[in-house]
Design a protein around this ligand. Structure first.
Ligand code: VG1
Ligand code: CO
Length: 542
């Protein structure tokens, strides 16, 4: 039986950089998740009888919302739901399932790299038929709908056993519980030279993959240990847990420090990598070398032909605006297109669909390609291993040679988390107000060449996205960028991105924060960040 339930709207269901993210107690309010899911369905057209993919990163509240989503999909008229066993599907795996089985779309339950647990974060995002995050046109419609919604529909059925693989029925709609790993592992085998990577590992290169108690555990075990022959235990924190085992599943130098220290230690592994909660981010470290995500994108692009899936070369590269320009130099050399988009993977979708770009990346530990329409953490790790095998070089050698050839983009991001929202907004407004006066001004040895609030004109569908971050460009190619996070769940997070280009190989060995010290000081002078936020230092430095 299908029930129509009366509800009252919430006013705070605005999807951010990637979906709606709130604390679990917010999501647990009466009809909160239902309202949002119904608002998604109400914003879509033509899904009658079609397939919806559902999965999540296994965090606290995942199973509860999956049950609701399945029953609501049945009530809305979907013909079939494909759901990962145990409610598990990493973000890139969900993207792959949507594409492979030509589903209408998918619902991914995750708050990515944010912690999980009864008082931590939860999230819902909708992906369209190309497997990628819904574009702004759809997320705007969902938000508008959520503000006025007064009923939702749900099948009055018993909960489904999500742990059993097989096909079931809910109110006439088929529900297929699928193995979340196999389709994804198969795709990776098509893209990369598993024989060469297996030989690399067999030759004694020791790898450590940290799944941080989150979704990539089963994927990494199957790929690295079962298919590539890495010894058991090479994948750590491999069981997805509702609270990620207390880990903050954010693969950066703060939260994946244990792995980093291990790789840097004398007898530790030669190669280390970590993923985030939903498996779309990656951090790569080699002995003596942390790879910045911006460099990772550039190096993957420059060496793409070593991987069988990219042997014909790449069509173009896209990066988010705050990501360093390291990849731009590769695109220039390869004489291929280079696109600068706003932050968030959804902006890459059109470029990928149109065949304008093959690889994309963000400074926030995100890299991916046209194999799916999300960033893909394990894909990047496999790409690095494939490049190491193909060049017979270590991570450090590959990175140093890349800098020697292209120059080095010193780069760092400073995050100020849980800042008072008014203070953060005040800072951005003041910056916008002074944009026009900045060009020509000098700060020590730095002269401002241009300053703007980044606006993106999508070359495929012509849509325009404004206010995507303040850029201050200096003569010589250095720059600072300011933007507010669209994924935080408490207060505001200010992100400051700092970049300096150094062509001289003799100067490639400087400590990053030191190399950027003058720019960091100027960023504070221009924005009055410390004074306005009341903070002395960033919460996280990457
Ligand atoms: C952050 C990153 C951004 C990324 C987004 C989603 O957004 O900066 O590059 O696309 O998270 O990543 P923001 O608005 O907080 O800066 V994830 O791994 O949530 O899907
Ligand atoms: Co993520």
């Amino acid at each position: 039986m299908i029930k129509t339930v009366a509800t009252t709207p919430y006013q705070d269901q605005k999807p951010g950089t990637s979906g709606l993210r709130k604390k679990v107690p917010v999501f647990a309010q009466e009809n909160y998740a239902e309202n949002f899911i119904q608002s998604i369905f109400d914003s879509l057209e033509g899904f009658d009888g079609k397939t919806l993919v559902i999965g999540g990163d296994g965090r606290y509240y995942n199973r509860e919302v999956i049950q609701k989503a399945i029953k609501m999909a049945a009530a809305a008229g979907f013909g079939k739901v494909m759901v990962g066993q145990g409610g598990i599907l990493s973000t890139p795996a969900a993207s792959n399932v949507i594409r492979k089985y030509k589903a209408f779309g998918g619902i991914v339950l995750s708050a990515s790299h944010n912690p999980g647990g009864p008082t931590e974060d939860f999230g819902i995002k909708y992906n369209i038929g190309n497997g990628g995050p819904a574009p702004e046109k759809i997320t705007d419609a969902i938000f508008a709908r959520s503000k006025v919604i007064d009923t939702y529909k749900i099948a009055d059925a018993a909960d489904l056993d999500l742990d059993k693989i097989g096909t079931f029925k809910v109110e006439g709609m088929a529900v297929e519980v699928i193995d979340p790993v196999s389709d994804y592992a198969e795709l990776m085998e098509e893209l990369f030279d598993f024989g060469a990577i297996r030989a690399l590992i067999a030759s004694g290169v020791r790898i450590a993959i940290d799944s941080m108690g989150a979704v990539t555990g089963p994927y990494a075990k199957e790929i690295f240990e079962n298919r590539l022959g890495a010894p058991e235990g090479s994948v750590r924190n491999a069981t997805p847990l509702p609270d990620f085992g207390g880990h903050h599943p954010d693969p950066n130098l703060v939260h994946a420090k244990e792995l980093y220290d291990d790789v840097m230690s004398k007898d530790g592994p030669h190669f280390g990598a970590a993923s985030d909660g939903d498996g779309d981010r990656n951090m790569v470290v080699g002995k003596g070398m942390f790879v910045t995500p911006s460099d990772s994108l550039a190096i993957i692009a420059a060496n793409a032909k070593l991987a069988p899936g990219y042997a014909k070369g790449i069509a173009g590269i896209a990066r988010s605006m705050p990501t360093s320009a390291a990849a731009d130099r590769v695109a220039e050399k390869l004489k291929i297109g280079m696109y600068e988009t706003p932050t968030g993977w959804k902006f890459f979708g059109n470029l990928l669909d149109a065949g304008k770009v093959t690889v994309c990346g963000e400074e926030s530990f995100g890299t991916g390609s046209d194999h799916v329409r999300e960033k893909d953490g394990l894909w990047a790790v496999l790409f690095w291993l494939n490049i190491m095998a193909g060049r017979n070089e270590s991570v450090a050698e590959i990175v140093r040679k890349h800098w020697a050839e292209y120059g080095r983009n010193y780069y760092s991001r400073h995050d100020y988390e849980e800042v008072d929202s008014d203070a953060a907004n005040g800072m951005m407004t003041a910056l916008r107000d002074k944009l026009a006066s900045l060009p020509g001004q000098t700060f020590g040895a730095l002269k401002v060449a241009a300053a703007d609030d980044f606006a993106y004109h999508d070359p495929v569908d012509g849509s325009v996205s404004k206010n995507q971050g303040i850029r201050v460009l200096f003569q010589g190619g250095s720059r600072v960028v300011f933007r507010l996070s669209g994924t935080g769940t408490s207060g505001a997070t200010i992100r400051v991105y700092v970049e300096r280009y150094e062509p001289d190989a003799a100067k490639h060995g400087i400590d990053t924060q030191e190399a950027l010290a003058d720019l960091i000081a100027v960023a504070d002078e221009i924005s009055e960040l410390k004074k306005r936020s009341g903070r002395n230092a960033p919460t996280v430095i990457t």
